[in-house]
Design a protein around this ligand. Structure first.
Ligand code: IMP
Ligand code: MG
Length: 185
């Protein structure tokens, strides 16, 4: 069995664990204030959002529940049409509930736009979005985001849930691969 090529020294830290924790705590506090006395259901999109969700929910001080969806893009189709394949749907109905979608990153916006439309058809009482990272320059569809952790420039990032080839999700920081990272050995 070959070992994994773990080029963690070829990553440049962009957001430190401390910066992320600080901001996630602020988002949790704000969400707790905004939904005070109301029902709240967090809907996280697998797999990238799990790290953010796990931290965020521990900073939400009001009662709430969580559910998960898994999606996958239809290859290049996502770029043009935003068609997203649902690999795992929610376990519970959301009709009449206050739904907050938890996303790791919004890039072109196609994935989130598709999800919002799909969930809106189920007639939730409200539907909002919290994302940790917003690559606003890359946006192709104007999708509303209610809570943003950080606006980031147009660069590929890994860590804190985000992967490259399914790796690096466990890093507690967000990093940008240095020149040479993607080169073959
Ligand atoms: P969108 O549909 O273009 O907004 O793409 C959103 C999805 O693309 C995210 O949920 C991520 O899975 C993936 N993605 C976008 N940018 C990055 C990145 O910089 N690193 C890792 N994954 C990314
Ligand atoms: Mg994602």
């Amino acid at each position: 069995m070959s070992h994994v090529d773990w080029k963690v020294d070829e990553l440049e830290i962009f957001l430190t664990a401390e910066q992320i924790q600080q901001r996630v705590a602020e988002l949790g506090a704000q969400i707790s204030r905004d939904y005070e006395g109301q029902d709240l259901l967090l809907v996280a999109v697998l797999k990238g959002s799990v790290v953010f969700l796990a931290d965020l929910m521990r900073h939400i001080t009001i009662p709430h529940s969580v559910d998960f969806m898994a999606t996958s893009s239809y290859g290049a189709a996502t770029e043009s049409t935003g068609v997203v394949r649902i690999l795992k749907d929610l376990d519970i109905p959301i009709t009449g509930r206050n739904v907050l979608i938890v996303e790791d990153i919004v890039d072109t916006g196609h994935t989130l736009d598709y999800l919002r439309r799909m969930l809106m058809e189920r007639e939730p009482a409200s539907l909002r979005v919290v994302c940790l990272l917003d690559k606003r320059e890359r946006r192709e569809v104007d999708v509303p985001i209610d809570y943003v952790g950080f606006e980031i420039p147009n660069a590929f990032v890994v860590g804190y849930g985000l992967d490259y080839a399914e790796l690096y999700r466990n890093l507690p920081y967000v990093a940008i691969p240095k020149e040479g990272f993607f080169d073959q050995e």
